[in-house]
Design a protein. Structure first.
Length: 162
């Protein structure tokens, strides 16, 4: 018999596609018992201030670049709060925003290891087109490296139209 989940991590890239994983995460929490499981909503914001952004700005200003990251971080926190209010209003949810210099897939795996996550719930699709081909699938990388089971939720036709 499988041991019950105590910490469920649901990831988002803040795209409409990632919302597909939310209902599956809700169901897993309900199955485990809301009072017995911790639910964390995680978004990884890749920090570009030390890499490509200063280059794009002419290599001159880390101050300008860090200002961009501050705005991105603030907007991301607000969006995460909106997502919780809209999709998890009846749940206790810990919101986590990681600003990371490593790819989001590695940051998610590292977070899961450090925080003792028992299950990762994610959507199978976020980015699309050529960027998805060149960068590889974040979901696939997490599936290969995760220290725990991963529930990969496919996109639906309704969300594909978003």
């Amino acid at each position: 018999m499988a041991k019950p989940y105590k910490h469920i991590l649901v990831t988002t890239d803040l795209s409409p596609f990632s919302i597909n994983a939310f209902e599956s995460a809700r169901q897993q929490v309900l199955q485990a018992g809301q009072d017995k499981v911790k639910l964390t909503l995680l978004y990884v914001l890749e920090d570009v201030t030390n890499t490509s952004l200063p280059y794009l700005l002419g290599g001159s200003s880390v101050i300008k670049a860090s200002g961009v990251m501050e705005v991105a971080e603030s907007e991301s926190r607000q969006k995460l709060q909106e997502l919780v209010k809209e999709h998890f209003s009846d749940f206790q949810v810990e919101i986590r925003l990681l600003v990371s210099t490593i790819p989001s897939s590695l940051a998610i795996v590292q977070f899961a290891k450090e925080e003792g996550v028992d299950l990762i719930v994610l959507a199978t699709h976020g980015r699309s087109g050529i960027s998805g081909v060149l960068l590889g699938s974040t979901a696939l990388k997490i599936l290969h490296e995760a220290p725990c089971p991963v529930l990969a939720v496919p996109i639906t036709k309704e969300s594909n139209a978003v």
